[in-house]
Design a binder for this molecule. Structure first.
Ligand code: KIV
Length: 646
């Protein structure tokens, strides 16, 4: 049976001349893969999808596969500490936790649910949905994901495990449990550092104390009724192997079902990390008896996270932790798409038959969604999902491609959901397109809008289409839709009506803005160092909140002078009435929550203004939610910094 699983995926990849295995099953699955058809996605309302309205409207930023036609890859039954097929490797996605810790990345609760929904389509086994103690918002996001995504059971019985991170103390663990317990398969992930440098300087604890804290934490998680517990010895890559064996044995005895080995600072080389995993497999008896799964968690400080994760698999790890696009702390985490495609392409021949349950056809759509929502751009030459990953520039390569695509492509782009031009939806939207055409175009792209949303979006689309030659491309339409949804989210606060700027070399850059403030029209005018600065000052004069602009990024959506511009801004509140505190799970530093939003328009100044006002609206909406919920959750009110003192 297991041979069937990995070959099914491998068969979707371009068959290179050196791919040695050639069973008839491969052909069988090649024809199966052809049923994964081009982009005509239709998002149905699904059982357990109680946030369906918002999920539907923003679900597809780029066209993806038709969910109904995708043949999902099978996997062994999920049992927390066991995998019945020794070749199966679980995928633990931590985009929403480690990924969200990337400097500058912030995701709203709604965006997190949407990303988690795509991760389930992608078929990851475990979704680490967040670090619930960090803030009320983080807890709410984890709870939403557990309720929505963690309850949607697919026809084949697949439902992702929903995991919440906690430090090794009761308050964190109880809060994580409160987030994940609503899922069909909840998991608590608790951790404490084990390297000499972390124990001495960060924790100021002896190794014996650290073992006691870890064991107590796991027992506490179990006492809450959690059957699926993951323990991580943080900075394992720089820990003494003998001490690791000792603490891992103790936590497995206490009830841990997965032991995750983080190379927290990305220090190990592949052979070294492989030996570490092998040593753990051989020396932690319960693990070799298959009572707990060994997992990898490799940071990318030396650019080795994918190689290290694969070395882990080769030496017995049966779970890999990774993120979409490799986002994460500092230089990032291991990239899901790189590991998954390596296993799909080479697992059979090079990794003792290792295989995964991921459905790679969702990789590209999920990658774009994460990049767009988190603001973490994907470098053009990034493996698998970079803009150039399937581009062929040199004449010799182009010649080879024309003769046979396998000469220079080891993966067929459709395998990961990149549909080439001939698969386009066809219709080009422009100023003559009507409401019906817009609805049908959005439908082809997997987006369904309620009637009032469609009407509002149609008005916006018309305004843009009328001033733009060359029509509105699919990506531009998606950028506009995202902008419109953000405006919609914030409309109970401020709505931008008009922007006017005067700038150039002959005077002071001056901006005038007209804004609706809960039904009242307000106009303000300011001068600034440039047109955008002047607009932001004019908006500030209306909103009256003090914030620091920590990121400002404007880019053309497509090529050429006619392109729509999208702007992404991140703001950080600088006064007490709006600042919200969040906790970084590794440094334990408490910081101020930042707010990010995007805007789109043919005019870069208008696009910038829309993004800024949406970010301010997000901040105000979050502040309002906090005021409503304060007092209802004693767990999070007192989120602690005395975490390891129990
Ligand atoms: O990098 C790390 O050590 C972590 C752990 C919490 C798994 O993120």
């Amino acid at each position: 049976m297991s041979a069937c699983y990995h070959q099914s995926a491998a068969s979707m990849a371009r068959q290179s001349s050196f791919a040695s295995s050639s069973s008839c099953r491969r052909d069988e699955h090649r024809s199966a893969s052809l049923k994964i058809s081009k982009a005509t996605p239709r998002r149905r309302r699904q059982k357990g999808d109680n946030n369906a309205n918002t999920v539907v409207t923003k679900n597809a930023l780029v066209p993806g596969p038709d969910d109904q036609k995708v043949q999902r890859n099978p996997r062994p039954e999920y049992i927390p500490g066991k995998i019945q097929d020794p070749s199966y490797v679980r995928v633990f996605d931590t985009t929403l936790r480690d990924g969200e810790q990337s400097p500058g990345a912030t995701l709203t609760s709604t965006e997190k649910v949407q990303i988690a929904t795509n991760l389930a389509k992608l078929g990851v086994d475990i979704i680490e949905a967040g670090f619930p103690i960090a803030s009320p918002d983080d807890l709410e996001a984890v709870r939403n994901i557990a309720k929505v995504v963690g309850n949607k059971v697919y026809e084949d019985g697949y439902v992702p495990v929903i995991c919440g991170l906690s430090r090794a103390n009761e308050k964190d663990i109880a809060c994580a449990w409160e987030g994940v317990r609503h899922a069909v398969r909840p998991r608590i992930h608790t951790f404490i550092a084990t390297s000499p440098i972390h124990m001495e300087y960060k924790l100021k604890k002896t190794p014996d104390e650290v073992v006691n804290i870890a064991v107590k934490a796991v027992k506490f998680a179990k006492s809450l009724g959690c059957e699926d517990i993951e323990f991580s010895p943080e900075d394992a890559g720089r820990s003494e192997p003998e001490f690791l064996y000792r603490i891992l044995k103790a936590v497995v005895d206490a009830g841990a079902t997965t032991i995750n080995i983080p190379d927290t600072v990305g220090f190990c080389l592949p052979d070294e990390f492989g030996r570490l995993i092998k040593g753990i497999k051989e020396n932690v008896v319960d693990v070799s008896a298959n009572d707990a799964i060994i997992s990898t968690h490799c940071q990318n400080d030396l650019g080795l996270s994918t190689a290290n994760s694969l070395a882990g698999i080769a030496n017995g790890a049966r779970q890999v932790e990774c993120t979409i696009n490799g986002i994460g702390e500092r230089a990032g985490n291991a990239s899901l798409e790189e590991i998954a495609m390596s296993v799909i392409m080479r697992g059979q021949n090079q990794l003792n038959g290792a295989y995964m349950g991921v459905n790679p056809v969702y990789i590209y759509q999920t990658s774009r969604m994460v990049s767009e929502y988190s603001g973490m751009l994907v470098q053009p030459h990034k493996a698998i999902v970079g803009a150039n990953a399937f581009a062929h520039e040199s004449g010799i390569h182009q010649d080879g491609m024309l003769k046979n695509k396998s000469t220079y492509e080891i993966i067929a782009p459709e395998t990961i959901g990149v549909f080439r031009a001939e698969d386009d939806c066809g219709v080009v939207m422009g100023k003559h397109s009507g409401r019906h055409a817009l609805k049908s175009k959005l439908g082809q792209m997997g987006v369904t809008l309620a009637d009032d949303q469609l009407n509002a979006f149609f008005d916006r689309f018309k305004l843009v289409a009328e001033t733009k030659t060359g029509g509105v491309s699919d990506v531009e339409l998606m950028a506009l839709l995202r902008d419109e949804m953000e405006v919609e989210e914030g409309k109970e606060f401020y709505t931008l009506v008009d922007v006017q700027v005067v700038c150039g070399t002959m005077g002071l850059p001056t901006a005038t803005v007209k804004i609706i403030d809960q039904g009242t029209e307000r106009i303000s005018a300011c001068v600034g160092t440039g047109p955008v600065d002047a607009v932001y000052k004019a908006i500030d004069a209306v909103v009256g909140k003090s914030v620091e602009l920590t990121e400002y990024n404007v880019k053309a959506v497509t090529q050429g002078i006619e392109s729509l511009a999208t702007t992404r801004v991140t703001i950080k509140p600088t006064d007490e009435s709006t600042a919200e505190t969040i906790t970084n799970n590794q440094t334990e530093a408490r910081g101020t929550r930042t707010f990010t939003a995007t805007g789109a328009d043919t005019d870069i100044v208008v696009s910038s203004a829309r993004a800024y006002l949406s970010a301010l609206n997000r901040m105000l909406s979050s502040n309002a939610k906090l005021t409503t919920t304060s007092g209802s959750s004693s767990l999070i009110e007192s989120s602690s910094s005395e975490i390891v003192s129990r």
